[in-house]
Design a binder for this molecule. Structure first.
Ligand code: GSH
Length: 221
């Protein structure tokens, strides 16, 4: 049985979502953030030395990193579902967006967010150039979704699961702003219709769809 170590309001929602989409059984262990620091509780360090979420348990295997966990579950238990096959024309796009989500996009959001907190209400050349960089990323995502319904192409895949967090639950911490990004908002609306997503956000502990805060009008409960 797979065990998902899930920190409330965090990237570990992706793993719950993937397992719900694949309809695989799993045990959920839920951890609360420290109300002041927002860090994970110290007990998570007894599962994995970094002590961040998600962490997946599979028998004796303990695996951290959202992207690694997603690839592991897809490869070992996916039976070809929610992935583009290596020989398909969608495969390079699938791989790119699956990794881009955390390697570049989340990093760029995090750098801007922290720089903004450090600078406060003021502005600096560094902050403006970081904002310009972040906007370049957001524009690329918007442009991609103006061409295709899902990141790998016509079909929903695990790349969409990886790409959702920066526009969904991340908003609890930092709002990237989607006012001028209609295609990203339309993609969020498509996602919110998925039964697997609806089950996942409930299991992850949300009482409403975090994507609704982007002006997505569909209600899931
Ligand atoms: N790159 C890692 C990031 C893990 C991470 O930073 N998780 C956050 C939740 S979104 C966390 O556990 N924060 C609390 C902490 O590190 O104490 C991944 O994708 O798994």
């Amino acid at each position: 049985m797979l065990t998902v170590h899930h920190l409330k309001v965090s990237q570990s929602e992706r793993i719950i979502w993937l397992l719900e989409e694949l309809e695989l059984p799993y045990e959920l262990r839920v951890y609360q953030r420290d109300p002041v620091t927002q860090f994970a509780p110290i007990e998570l360090r007894s599962i994995h030395p970094i002590g961040s979420a998600p962490v997946l348990g599979d028998g004796k295997i303990v695996l951290a990193e959202s992207g690694a966990i997603v690839e592991y579950i897809i490869a070992r238990y996916g039976n070809g579902r929610l992935a583009a096959s290596v020989t398909s024309s969608q495969y390079p796009d699938y791989l790119y967006w699956l990794h881009y989500a955390n390697s570049s996009l989340m990093m760029q959001i995090g750098v801007y967010w922290i720089a903004q907190m450090a600078v406060g209400a003021g502005n600096t050349p560094l902050l403006s150039s970081l904002r310009e960089r972040l906007d370049r990323h957001l524009q690329m995502v918007e442009d991609r979704l103006s061409q295709v319904n899902y990141f790998a192409g016509g079909e929903f895949t695990a790349a969409d699961i990886m790409m959702h967090f920066p526009f969904g639950t991340m908003k609890a911490f930092y709002n990237v702003g989607l006012d001028n990004r209609p295609n990203i908002r339309a993609w969020l609306a498509r996602i919110s219709d998925r039964p697997g997503y609806q089950r996942a956000i409930k299991a992850a502990g949300h009482d409403r769809d975090p994507a609704l805060d982007w002006g997505v009008t569909r209600s899931v409960f």
